[in-house]
Ligand binder design. Sequence first.
Ligand code: SF4
Length: 161
Amino acid sequence: MIIVSACLLGLNTKYDGTTNAHTLLQEYSSLGRFIPVCPEQLGGLPTPRVPVEIVDGTGQDVLRGICSVRGEQGDVVTTAFILGAKEVIKIAEMVTVSAAILKERSPSCGVNCIYDGSFTHRIKSGQGVTAALFKEHNIPIYAEEGLTEARLNELLNNDGG
Ligand code: SF4
C-alpha cells in the first residue's frame, strides 16, 4: 500500500477547506492501493484552520524540538504537527506501506521544499514534519510534483499491495 496526502486525492483537508486534487493520483485511486491521510487533521487540528509555516527550521528541526510550527499571528501548533506525524507512521506500520506520495511545500507533507517561515510564499529546501518522520523510518517519500505515470506504475509494481 502507498500512503498519499489526502488533499491530493480530492479530500477537503487543506487548511482552507479545499483540496489539492491531482488528476493522475485520483485516476489511480480506484485501484485501491492508496491510503489517504492528512497529518494535520490526525494531529487534532480543525478544518478550516489557520495557515502555518515552519519558522527558523525544517521538519527535522521540529522533530528535534529546536523550532516551531506557527501561524502568522503567532498561533503555535507544533505539538499537533508532531502528533499527526506520529499517527501517520502508526498507520504506515499497521499496513506495511512501501512508499508515501506527499504534497510538496506543505509544512507537514513537503518532500523537497517547504514555505520558508516568512509568510510571503517563498520556499526553502527541506521537508515537512511528517515527511521528515517518514524519512527517519526509512519509508521512501515522493512529491506529487513531477510525478509521471511511469514512476507511479513503478511504485505500484514495487509495492506488495
Ligand atoms: Fe494535504 Fe498534508 Fe496539508 Fe493534510 S497536511 S491538507 S494531507 S498537504
